[in-house]
Design a binder for this molecule. Structure first.
Ligand code: SAM
Length: 256
């Protein structure tokens, strides 16, 4: 595994307990199979119809809310994450929700455990690309496992939100939009709390056009896009109101 990903994986393994506790406080995981609109915005829902019996992969599945919601929509879901601990928590929760799903520990840049042209839908996002050093390889793997005509939904934290200094009362650029990194940090285990610690982390700031171009290079035509959301979380540490929270890209795998 590449050293950036190995380092990031170590922290995700360590933080999985906090991630679980946060989601237990919120409780959405218990509801989202019944109410997928708690997870997916209308711009996504319109592409997520008729999934009954279809195969879906969620890449960098983390909290697995998207995976549970897709299972609730009738899809046969494979949940992929680099963190064994995240997957173990998701497996337990899927059991409690009586959802029949598959779990695969894998790096999104190497999905060799999954055959070509297997899935009708690949879903990813919500802060996955930021941990990945090779976006083209990641999306190429997504494209490879998609059937021709299958959908590739990317719903990522909007790149415009990544560039600011942690200043609560004004916006100040800390990271040049054109600089992709890697940005190296030393943090403690809690991903939500940016305290300094012993875990070395590598973050990558992909631009809007990187995401689009990687999707096109993955053999998909871009068929829809949207920008939405205005919530600003405490962890963001800057007055980001007025900047879009998420960028949705919808690709369709080309034939041949
Ligand atoms: C912020 S979560 C994103 C998923 C979901 N939206 C959430 O909020 O939980 C990030 C997830 O990506 C996973 N991840 C990070 N790097 C990865 C990689 N190279 N391959 C697969 N998963 C990765 C982490 O283990 C973590 O579970």
């Amino acid at each position: 595994m590449n050293p950036f990903h190995r380092a990031n994986q170590k922290r995700w393994e360590a933080t999985a307990r906090n991630w679980k506790a946060m989601h237990d406080r919120r409780g959405t995981w218990k509801l989202c199979a019944q109410s997928p609109e708690l997870v997916f915005v209308p711009e996504e829902m319109k592409h997520l119809q008729g999934l009954s019996g279809k195969r879906a992969a969620v890449l960098g599945s983390g909290d697995n809310l998207a995976a549970f919601a897709l299972a609730g929509l009738g899809a046969r879901v494979t949940s992929v994450d680099i963190s064994r601990n995240q997957l173990e928590i998701a497996r337990e929760r899927a059991g409690e929700l009586q959802l029949d799903m598959e779990f695969l520990q894998a790096d999104v840049t190497d999905l060799s455990a999954l055959a070509d042209a297997t899935f009708d839908l690949v879903y990813t996002g919500g802060h996955v690309a930021v941990w990945v050093s090779d976006l083209d390889r990641y999306y190429r793997e997504a494209g490879r496992i998609l059937k021709p005509g299958g959908l590739f939904l990317v719903n990522e934290y909007h790149p415009f939100r990544r560039i600011w200094k942690m200043e609560v009362d004004h916006l100040e650029v800390a990271y040049d939009y054109y600089d992709r990194g890697p940005f190296v940090f030393k943090h403690d285990e809690d991903v939500l709390d940016r305290k300094r610690g012993d875990y070395t982390q590598y973050e990558f700031h992909w631009r809007v056009t990187d995401l689009i171009n990687a999707m096109l290079s993955a053999g998909c035509n871009l068929i829809d896009s949207a920008e939405f959301g205005e919530h600003v979380g405490d962890w963001e540490g800057a007055p980001l109101e007025g900047l879009p929270e998420y960028l949705l890209l919808v690709g369709r795998k080309r034939n041949g």
